[in-house]
Design a protein around this ligand. Structure first.
Ligand code: NAP
Ligand code: ZN
Length: 333
């Protein structure tokens, strides 16, 4: 089958029209007619080959929503016509210890939706059915898109580290951050939004933040010293860790979901003081994805989105690079 898509033919190039022939469906595969696809900052990292893993032609897009139009021989035909979503991961080995215990996101042979495969800036996609998640009726298709990568990426660590009835700081209020604020609040936490953009103050409060701190103001960061239980950081630019580690109280945890491009450094004594820890988290497995979608539907966690037609993807990417979006672009077919 021929699939129409948008691809960058080389590193750093704009997207252009691109067609490819998709292989026939395997027994566990299904084909999705894509209605919407969110744009994650990881799409920009891939287009620039920031992580050295990109393969071209590169069709970005891993916040995919659409309708199942074809199923493989081993897939329940009841899935036909259902609305489903696909995130960063489109397959796993199903045999390693991580997959066996449901942490497919930690599979060493994980298949990413748009690395070495063509992603969701397209009319259709073929994926393994285990990585196509039914979208609850209460969720709008366009707004569901960003939940599939940004949403699960911030929800997973909040659940894994049992972050409820605590004081949580969210650093960087972008696609991931604005969902972290909403999920953290709805999980019953006191939430501090830390942003370099003072213009986001009122919006952060509307999203559910109890406090807003300007991350460019060292004195304001200092005022949080030893008062926070969990910090979730979505920032990808180099950052001075000391004020963020110092804001943790006893047994507090700092969790990277955005990865700064440069090595980070801090004196280990900052961790020893109050037994703090630093960790990181990567997307989420199938069970947590389903739980997150249901939690969002029941608790009205809703991405703030700007919709654009699929053929405006280049404009959206340029604006995302300039931090000019509140808070996620979603492309529509
Ligand atoms: P985004 O929408 O662009 O948001 C990132 C936020 O970081 C911006 O809104 C801004 O927040 C802040 N920021 C932007 N440029 C900055 C700069 N030069 N210096 C300091 N802060 C800056 O990006 P996103 O889609 O949320 O993704 C964030 C990061 O998470 C990306 O690196 C992405 O690859 C990564 N990611 C990781 C996973 C995972 O599994 N761990 C999954 C998805 C994405 P303020 O204006 O509030 O300062
Ligand atoms: Zn992503």
């Amino acid at each position: 089958m021929t699939i129409h898509a948008l691809a960058a033919m080389k590193q750093g190039e704009d997207l252009q029209d691109f067609q490819y022939e998709s292989a026939a469906l395997g027994p566990t595969d299904l084909k999705i007619a894509i209605s919407h696809c969110g744009i994650c900052h990881s799409d920009l990292h891939l287009l620039r080959n920031d992580w050295g893993i990109s393969r071209y032609p590169l069709v970005p897009g891993h916040e995919i929503v659409g309708t199942v139009v074809e199923v493989g021989s081993a897939v329940d035909p009841k899935l036909l016509s259902k609305r489903v979503g696909v995130g960063w991961q489109s397959n796993s080995c199903k045999t390693c210890s991580s997959c066996i215990c449901g942490e497919d996101n930690l599979c060493v042979n994980s298949q990413a939706t748009c690395v070495g495969a063509y992603g969701g800036f397209a009319q259709a996609i073929k994926v393994d059915s285990r990585f196509a998640f039914e979208i609850p009726d209460a969720l709008d298709s366009a707004a569901a898109g960003p939940l599939l990568c940004a949403g699960v990426t911030v929800y997973n660590p909040l659940r894994r580290w049992d972050v409820t009835a605590k004081r949580v700081a969210v650093v960087g209020i972008g696609g991931l951050g604005h969902l972290a604020v909403q999920f953290a609040k709805k999980l019953g936490n006191e939430v501090i939004a830390i942003s370099g953009s003072e213009s986001k103050k009122e919006e952060a409060q509307e999203l559910g933040a109890d406090h807003f701190v300007n991350g460019r103001d060292p004195e304001a960061l200092k005022s949080l010293r030893r008062s926070v239980d969990f910090v979730i950081s979505t920032v990808f630019a180099p950052m001075d860790m000391k004020p963020y580690l110092s804001m943790l109280g006893a047994n507090g945890t700092f969790c990277f979901v955005g990865a700064p491009s440069e090595p980070i450094s801090f004196p280990p004594a900052v961790l020893m003081d109050l037994q703090r820890s630093v960790t990181a988290s990567s997307i989420g497995g199938p069970a947590i994805m389903r739980e997150m979608l249901q939690f969002a539907a029941v608790n009205q966690v809703a991405p703030w989105i700007e919709k654009l037609p699929m053929d405006s993807a280049n404009t959206a990417l340029e604006r995302l690079e300039k931090n000019d979006v509140r808070y996620r672009f979603v492309l529509e077919n």
